[in-house]
Design a protein around this ligand. Structure first.
Ligand code: PHE
Length: 363
């Protein structure tokens, strides 16, 4: 009997001082494993008489239960201690300032393109696109600018090298070929805007070899210059966010429109700065050219396979970069394409608080 209590006391003491899970496991195997001491004692019960078993059985069972419980408790304690140590070493301080990911911003050109698409969407226009590598026919000929026409000199064109038996390809000099492509594929009535990149061999503070234009085209029945004027006025009021926009239409020339008008918008000098709005003829005012436009030339309508006696329309075109410069007060066009992060930080738009298409989750 004393043997068993001594054995129990010894094992419990050993378990108490074991300080690793491996040490506890070794004790478990030594006591309760296949050839452990307690297992050995349990085996002796089978060979005892019922009386002897009644006497010796309970202390052996008690020994087994006590040692099993002590091992389980010790294991749990060691596991808990290991977890506590890990949690302490991996503690996250939620009060530390967050490490902000660098945030990008929406480029002014993208911002203005989105603003334009939204304004014209409200007027029932959809967005059309076309290739930047064009052929001569879509960029010039169909727009009533034949091979020998002096108007070609207005566009300093980037041509691709001539290839035998191939069409002469070029970088489109304006978005007007999108009018042609739309008229050739979409039955009227048509109301589209065509924003995109265009290319001309030109470079100074207000010209870059690549820039952005937006073209508008309406083809329907009974369309007049009055519709053009109303549309442009409504668009410019919405774009510059001012009700006092005054337009001046000047006669002009584009091969693809007849008559053609250049559209100026009145500005007022405020502390020496030009602010769009007000009558350009006022003492402190002036005019800024913002758009080229006109009634689509009959020849262009014909070239696209439509009957000009049935269908008429107007078209307009302008520089998106120029509109951005006027609205947001930037003065050097070249900075638009330098990719200088300081410029972008200053003039860029937050994707999170500007309600535009590329802004995504705007208000
Ligand atoms: N395509 C002309 C340009 O690039 C602009 C324009 C478009 C003028 C449509 C009139 C009508 O200068």
């Amino acid at each position: 009997m004393t043997d068993i209590s001594a054995l129990k006391a010894g094992l419990i003491a050993d378990i108490a001082v074991a300080d690793t899970l491996d040490a506890v496991e070794a004790l478990r195997v030594g006591a309760l494993g296949k050839s452990g001491v307690i297992t050995g004692l349990l085996k002796t019960l089978g060979g005892m008489s019922p009386d002897e078993r009644l006497e010796k059985g309970p202390p052996i069972q008690d020994l087994r239960e006590s040692v099993t419980a002590a091992i389980a408790a010790k294991k749990a304690a060691l596991e808990q201690a290991a977890l506590d140590a890990r949690l302490a070493s991996e503690k996250i301080d939620m009060t530390l300032p967050a490490d902000l990911d660098p945030q990008g911003s929406v480029h002014p050109v993208s911002q203005v393109m989105d603003e334009l698409a939204e304004i014209f969407a409200d007027l029932g226009f959809s967005v059309a696109t076309g290739p930047e590598i064009e052929d001569d026919w879509h960029n010039f000929t169909a727009l009533n600018i034949p091979e020998t026409h002096p108007a070609r000199a207005m566009h300093d064109t980037f041509y691709f090298p001539d290839e035998e038996g191939q069409k002469r390809m070029l970088l489109r000099t304006h978005t007007s070929p999108v009018q042609i492509r739309t008229m050739m594929t979409t039955p009227p009535p048509i109301r589209i805007i065509a924003p995109g990149r265009v290319y001309r061999s030109d470079s100074d503070a207000t010209h870059t070899p690549m820039f952005h234009q937006i073209e508008g085209l309406v083809i329907d029945k009974g369309i007049t210059l009055g519709h053009l004027k109303w549309t442009l006025e409504t668009f410019l009021k919405a774009f510059f966010e001012r009700e006092d926009i005054v337009l001046r239409l000047r006669p002009s020339y584009f091969p693809f429109t007849e008559p053609s008008v250049e559209v100026d918008v009145g500005y007022t000098l405020v502390n020496g700065q030009r602010v769009i709005g007000g009558d350009g003829d006022a003492a402190d005012g002036g005019w800024l050219e913002v758009l080229g436009s006109g009634m689509v030339n009959r020849r262009v309508i014909e070239a696209c396979g439509l009957d000009p006696d049935e269908w008429q329309g107007f078209a307009f075109g302008t520089g998106v970069d120029r509109l951005a410069m006027l609205k947001y007060g930037m003065n050097d066009l070249r900075a638009f394409f330098d990719g200088d992060l300081r410029w972008l930080k200053h003039y860029g738009f937050s994707a999170l608080d500007v309600p535009t298409l590329s802004g995504g989750v705007g208000a």
